[in-house]
Design a protein around this ligand. Structure first.
Ligand SMILES: [Zn+2]
Ligand SMILES: [Zn+2]
Length: 352
C-alpha cells in the first residue's frame, strides 16, 4: 500500500509504496481514502518546528507513523463490535479521539476529552490508500456531500463550532481575522448562517481578494484603517458582535477592544504560540467581552450543521482548494504550501 509517513523527529516526510494494508480492530473501521487534506499541523510537522515538537510530545506520536487526519472515504471493512457504521458508508473522521468515560465526554464536551488522542499523531492517519480509525470517530456523510468536501469537514468544523458557540444570526456582523483556508470557510459558513455582514481581515492582498470574492467586506489592515470600516458598518452597535481570531497574530489582542462591541465575543481558533500581554481592563472587564477558546469541533453538532449547509449547496468548501496531488508527490505537496497555496489535497487513488 502507498502512504506518506513521518519517519522521525526531523523535517520532511517519506513516500512509501510497500507498507501493509491495515486490519481493523474489533472497534475500528477500515476505509478506502478518497480525498485527504494537509492541515497546518501536518505542515508544521513537515517543517519540524517548536510547535511540532510540542504537539508530538503532548499526543505521544510513535515513529514511524502515517501522517494525515483530514479525510473522507468509503468503508470497506468493520470490526466485530462496530454497530454505527456499515461497509459501503461514506465517512469522514473526527480527529479528536475521545474516551467516552471522562467528565467532559459525559457532559457534551468530548472534543476536549481529558484523555484526548489525535488521529494521525497518536496513531496512524490517512495519507494512505487505506486507513483504519475508531468507529466512534467516523461520521457518516450523505451522498450529496462529495469526497473532497467531506475531507474538509474537519477544518471547516472548527469554524462551524465557533459560529455556533457565538450563536450568530441575522443582524450580526462577524469579523474574521485571518483569511487562510479556515478563514475562507468561516466567511462562507457565517454568511450561510444568515449574518448581516462579514468583515474579513488579512495583511495579504491576494487573500483579501479571495475573501471579497466569497462575499465578505475585505480589509487589508496594513493599507486600510480597520477601525474606520468597523465604524462604517457597525455604528449602531458600536462594533462587531463577534471576532473569529484565525490569524495567530499577537497584535490583535491589543486592538480587538477597538473593533468589538460592548458585551461582544471573541472566539480564538488560533494562537500566537507565545505569551501575549494585553490590557485586561480595556479588552475584557469594562467591555464585558467574552473570550472563548475553540479547540476542535463539537461532536457531532458542528458536523451536523456543516452537513446541512454543504448538502443543501449553500456552501462549497472546495472553493478553498488550490492544489490536488497524488500521494507520490510527497514532500512536493508540502513545498507547495511553503511557496503559497490555499488548501492542498491528496487523492490517494491517483497513481502518479
Ligand atoms: Zn486538521
Ligand atoms: Zn473523555
Amino acid at each position: 500500500m502507498r502512504a506518506i509517513m513521518k519517519m522521525d523527529r526531523a523535517p520532511g516526510v517519506e513516500y512509501v509504496t510497500n507498507i501493509e494494508k491495515p486490519t481493523p480492530k474489533d472497534d475500528e473501521i477500515l476505509f478506502q481514502v478518497k480525498a485527504t487534506a494537509i492541515c497546518g499541523t501536518d505542515f508544521s510537522c513537515w517543517k519540524w518546528n517548536l510547535a511540532a515538537e510540542k504537539f508530538n510530545d503532548k499526543y505521544e506520536a510513535k515513529y514511524p507513523f502515517v501522517l494525515g487526519h483530514e479525510c473522507c472515504g468509503v468503508v470497506t471493512e468493520v470490526g466485530k463490535n462496530v454497530t454505527n457504521i456499515q461497509v459501503g458508508d461514506k465517512i469522514a473522521i473526527e480527529t479528536h479521539i475521545y474516551c467516552e468515560e471522562c467528565y467532559q465526554c459525559k457532559t457534551g464536551d468530548a472534543h476536549n476529552c481529558q484523555h484526548l488522542k489525535i488521529y494521525g499523531f497518536s496513531c496512524d492517519g490517512c495519507f494512505a490508500e487505506f486507513a483504519t480509525a475508531p468507529a466512534k470517530c467516523a461520521y457518516k456523510l450523505p451522498e450529496a456531500v462529495s469526497f473532497e468536501q467531506g475531507a474538509l469537514f474537519e477544518p471547516a468544523g472548527v469554524a462551524m463550532f465557533a459560529l455556533r458557540e457565538a450563536k450568530v444570526g441575522p443582524g450580526d456582523t462577524v469579523m474574521i481575522y485571518g483569511c487562510g483556508p479556515i478563514g475562507q470557510m468561516a466567511i462562507q459558513l457565517a454568511l450561510a448562517s444568515g449574518v448581516k455582514n462579514v468583515i474579513a481581515v488579512d495583511i495579504d492582498d491576494f487573500r483579501a481578494g479571495q475573501a471579497r470574492d466569497l462575499g465578505a467586506i475585505a480589509v487589508n489592515s496594513l493599507k486600510q484603517d480597520l477601525g474606520e470600516v468597523v465604524r462604517e458598518y457597525c455604528s449602531e452597535r458600536g462594533g462587531v458582535d463577534v471576532i473569529l481570531e484565525i490569524s495567530g497574530a499577537s497584535s490583535i489582542y491589543d486592538t480587538m477592544a477597538d473593533y468589538l462591541r460592548k458585551e461582544g465575543q471573541i472566539m480564538l481558533l488560533a494562537h500566537p504560540g507565545e505569551r501575549v500581554s494585553f490590557d485586561i481592563m480595556k479588552t475584557m472587564h469594562h467591555s464585558g467581552a467574552r473570550i472563548k477558546g475553540i479547540f476542535g469541533r463539537r461532536i457531532w453538532d458542528s458536523w451536523d450543521a456543516l452537513t446541512d449547509l454543504v448538502a443543501s449547496g449553500k456552501v462549497d468548501l472546495t472553493k478553498v482548494v488550490t492544489h490536488r496531488f497524488p500521494l507520490s508527490a510527497g514532500n512536493k505537496a508540502f513545498e507547495q504550501i511553503a511557496a503559497g497555496s490555499g488548501k492542498v489535497l491528496f487523492i490517494p487513488e491517483w497513481e502518479d
